[in-house]
Design a protein around this ligand. Structure first.
Ligand SMILES: [Zn+2]
Length: 149
C-alpha cells in the first residue's frame, strides 16, 4: 500500500533528523557567529573613520569611544574562523542536505496502514479518526471526555 511506504519513509527521515540535527545546529551557530563577527569588525572600522574627523565635540568623541569599547568586547567573545573552516562548515551542511530539514518531516498517524497526513493530534500521535476509534473502546490512557456544547 502507498500509505505504508509513506509511513516508513517518514519514520526513516525522522530518525535521520534526530541523529544529525545537533550537527546542523552546531555548524549553523558557528556560521552565524562568523557573520556577526565580520559585521562588528565593519562597524568598528566605521567608528574609527568617524573618529579621524577633526570637527568633533568632546561629547561626541566620548560616545564614539564608548561604542568602540562595546563592539571590541563583542568581537573578542567570538572565536575567529578562517576561510577554509567556513568553507568546510558550508560543505558539511550541503552534504547533510535538504532531505534532513526539520520542516520536511510531516507528522503522520502512527498506524502504518492509515498514515494520515492531516488531522493529527500530536498528544497521541494518531489521526482524529483513530483517536475517536480508540477512545470509544477505552484504549487510550488518561481521562478522556467527549466534549459537546
Ligand atoms: Zn489513523
Amino acid at each position: 500500500m502507498a500509505s505504508v511506504s509513506k509511513y516508513v519513509r517518514n519514520q526513516q527521515r525522522q530518525k535521520l533528523v534526530k541523529e544529525k540535527e545537533h550537527l546542523l545546529k552546531d555548524s549553523k551557530k558557528k556560521l552565524a557567529n562568523a557573520c556577526k563577527r565580520s559585521q562588528y569588525i565593519k562597524i568598528i572600522e566605521n567608528i574609527n573613520n568617524k573618529l579621524k574627523a577633526t570637527n568633533l565635540s568632546a561629547d561626541q568623541i566620548k560616545n564614539l569611544k564608548h561604542e568602540l569599547n562595546i563592539y571590541e568586547k563583542k568581537v573578542n567573545e567570538i572565536p575567529e574562523l578562517s576561510y577554509s573552516e567556513i568553507w568546510n562548515l558550508q560543505f558539511e551542511m550541503n552534504k547533510i542536505g535538504k532531505e534532513l530539514c526539520r520542516t520536511r518531516v510531516r507528522n503522520r498517524c502512527s498506524i502504518p496502514t492509515c498514515a494520515r497526513p492531516r488531522g493529527i493530534l500530536t498528544r497521541f500521535g494518531l489521526c482524529r479518526n483513530h483517536v475517536r476509534e480508540f477512545a470509544c473502546k477505552g484504549e487510550l490512557p488518561g481521562n478522556i471526555y467527549k466534549v459537546s456544547w
